[in-house]
Design a binder for this molecule. Sequence first.
Ligand code: FCB
Length: 453
Amino acid sequence: MSTRRFLRFPDGFIWGTATSAYQIEGAWNEDGKGPSIWDTFCHEHPEKIYKGQNGDIAADHYHRWQEDVGIMAELGLKAYRFSISWPRVLPEGTGQVNPKGLDFYDRLVDALLERGIEPVVTLYHWDLPQTLQDKGGWPWRDIVHAFAEYARVVAGRLGDRVTWWITHNEPFVMALLGYFFGDFAPGIQDFPAAIRAAFHLLLSHGYAIQAIRSTTSRPVKIGITLNLSPVHPASDSEADRLAAQRMDGVLNRMFLDPIFFGRFPEDMKALMGPLVPEISPEDAQVLTTPMDFLGVNYYSRAVARHDPTFPVMELAQVHPEGSEYSQMWEIYPPGIYELLMRVWKDYSPQLILVTENGIPVPDGVDFDGRVRDERRIRYLRDHIAQVHRAITDGAPIQGYFVWSLLDNFEWAHGYQMRFGLVYVDYDTQKRIIKDSGRWYAQVIRENGVWVEG
Ligand code: FCB
């Protein structure tokens, strides 16, 4: 006989959902917005995106934000993580502010607060103003000051109401997919440039913290969101074990060590030699500017196999047989527990927020108008249970955000991947709360999940 257990979360636990500007807003050239590198990338390289799609309209959130906030209220969200489009606020990247851009986010924040939904603002979710890419983009050192200026402008407007700030989303993806693999905007393939980009993203995070703190008078909580994964070796062999260590270095420690310790990992310096930037004592100070929380995005683990043809970056990923897979990744719920415990023990962040977790499901609307995404419910339940386990074991986790509120433009995968708790019919822009959305609303109401056994 199966029994059910309820896993209760601590009082005040922050249940949220996440989105990003380019993936949902649309209105790519309206009301004075400047072009971003994602506008350029999609328009100039349709062959790099599924069916040549783009975010020109996306989920049309720029026009439908009121309806969307209404849906959030219906779900009972405690918090909503969204990103600000830098070129909507500063069309040229620096200098002239676009008042209509700021007004949009200003109204959104007010509407959220009126419904008792805490705004969690991500400053940068990959949509760099094209003008700044033209000057060199993230590999260019002076960009850190442009980012600090942007942070000051946004904090100057929203800082009287917004408590939670995230400087960057997933600098690994921005740096490596944008400047090395070239699958994402700006589509550059240059390894040394990618490493410089990573360094400047992290450095600009430190400058942005300082900018936000000096602009706002209310007590704020500022952090960064990293995409992290536990890395397991594909076999017991020494070669695979070392490969997993290297992959862990590139994926996790190259981003965690600079902001917590002010240095790059020794083994990465030995591996990449002069490609790893020297960190001056002044830069180390900026990198380690105290932050209030670490945001962790988790989707899957990584499994590493040694690949002699790829000596620097060990990204020879293996897909273990017998595992369950989604359209994009292996489904591995214990990985989030392992990761959260590791990050807590090795880096001692004051607080941790799980800023993204979710699964693409090829959802469809049934005859009766319902979207039965049972698989997403299972994925979320199993991961939330692992988060609960980490909390029980002492990790200071204060919130959990489902990626995503709405189906949206999943970068190079276009609209093929549906991550939403809310279905979007892209022909009509009609929204339908999926079964997972109703299920998540119950999780929030009860402040916990029911699990079997
Ligand atoms: C993360 C991104 C987010 C979304 C999810 C599926 O890497 O932060 O924008 O694409 O993956």
